[in-house]
Write a protein that binds this ligand. Structure first.
Ligand code: ZN
Length: 296
């Protein structure tokens, strides 16, 4: 057996941690996918795309730079987030428009689809609902794939930039992190106090953001987003949605966030309604089928 320097340093007060002889063999065990998703019913993209052809625009909102804005989308409608004026990353929260306790579940979406999502994949809702909230129907950055650094676009691994982490790492009071932008926009939409809105803000879909984990230290990294004006991400609303989007103070997230240093740009959200009957037999998905008895 071999001892590492770290093992030796701790030996005086704790039992030595020895690297076992079969360490390499244990590391060589091949991984298995935690959540094989081939039993998930696939979305009917052909139906959605056909319905989209009949759709007309019914609303739009422009999200100002370093700020947030809200929008609503009825079940069966589409919404499109477009980069305008310059490369910009957006932090998206989704709620059931009729019940804020049902909200986007970044962690489980990651477990089901992977670290980044694209066309045909879905944004799933929190427990006990756990159902599709929205399905990605178009992604002009779908070509990006996974780059040589392990980076990709539209991640569900980041959380959202926030003033608490900023205070912890850099000190000071910065008020235009995505967390605060989302909090203000949600409070304004609901007509509630900031203190009531803030706990509803949750981990986001990082729209257009290019991120990954470093291979050597496992740290979350970002790099300049490949998004260009005109690029968009479009989704089909599976349930009635309240969306809240922040145009991140990091801009294209090429250098830093949580400050006013980066060049920032607005983002456009448009809502489209398909023609009556264009969705045929489609129905909004029911809440999750688990009976919630938890073994009692
Ligand atoms: Zn941000």
């Amino acid at each position: 057996m071999t001892k590492t320097p770290a093992d030796t340093a701790g030996a005086a007060t704790t039992a030595p941690k020895m690297t076992p002889e079969d360490a390499e063999a244990r590391r060589a065990v091949k991984p298995v996918i935690c959540y094989p998703n081939d039993t998930l019913a696939p979305p009917d993209l052909a139906l959605y795309h056909a319905a989209r052809q009949t759709a007309v625009k019914v609303g739009e909102v422009t999200v100002p730079p370093r700020d947030g804005a809200s929008f609503t989308v009825k079940a069966g409608q589409f919404f499109r987030i477009t980069s305008i004026e310059g490369p910009q990353v957006g932090d998206l929260n989704l709620f059931n428009a009729n019940d804020l306790s049902e909200k986007f579940y970044s962690g489980k979406t990651r477990a089901l689809h992977g670290t980044h999502i694209t066309t045909g994949e879905r944004m799933w809702s929190s427990h006990p609902y756990l159902r599709p909230m929205a399905t990605i129907t178009a992604d002009t950055l779908g070509w990006y794939g996974i780059d040589e650094f392990g980076g990709s676009v539209h991640d569900v691994i980041g959380t959202r930039c926030d003033p608490y982490t900023n205070n912890l790492l850099s000190g000071g009071q910065y008020h235009h992190c995505c967390h605060s932008n989302l909090t203000r926009a949600l409070a304004d939409h609901e007509g509630i106090a900031l203190a009531e809105a803030e706990p509803q803000v949750h981990d986001v879909l990082n729209v257009f953001m290019c991120t990954g984990f470093t291979r050597d230290t496992g740290q979350y990294f970002m790099k300049a987003s490949p998004v260009r004006p005109g690029d968009y991400l479009e989704m089909f609303a599976e349930i009635d949605l309240l969306g809240v989007l922040s145009a991140c103070p990091g801009g294209d997230c090429s250098s830093e966030h949580s400050s006013d240093e980066a060049a920032c740009h607005p983002m456009l959200v448009e809502v489209f309604a398909p023609a009556e009957g264009a969705l045929g037999e489609w129905v909004s998905p029911p809440v999750n089928g688990y009976d919630r008895s938890h073994g009692r």
